[in-house]
Design a protein around this ligand. Structure first.
Ligand SMILES: [Zn+2]
Length: 102
């Protein structure tokens, strides 16, 4: 079974839903588009770059499911009142990255 994937940066011309956090990717912003095959299934996903950073932090051989960035953020922090999924992920990603560089 060969897994493969290809990723590229795209600019949103319509609304997309982020695979990592479930929030919308705003029109006019850049996002990461990936297409590939995993365990025999074809996939194509759109992600915020910040959410993809979480992918790098939490990915394992088992792969990750939908809203992985949000799940991962929940494991590391408490969501603040009024924070959207994406804001929450962005904040936790920034914390994890600053810890990694400390
Ligand atoms: Zn996202």
């Amino acid at each position: 079974m060969s897994n493969f994937s290809h990723s590229e940066t795209r600019k949103a011309r319509k609304l997309h839903q982020c695979f990592g956090c479930g929030d919308a990717i705003a029109i006019g912003t850049s996002y990461r588009y990936s297409v590939g095959k995993f365990d025999g299934d074809m996939f194509s996903v759109c992600e915020h770059f910040e959410c993809h950073k979480m992918f790098a932090a939490c990915s394992s051989d088992e792969g990750v499911g939908e809203n992985y960035a949000l799940e991962f953020a929940r494991e590391h922090s408490e969501r603040k009142a009024g924070e959207t999924n994406f804001e929450f992920v962005k904040r936790v990603a920034a914390q994890l990255i600053s810890y990694a560089n400390a």
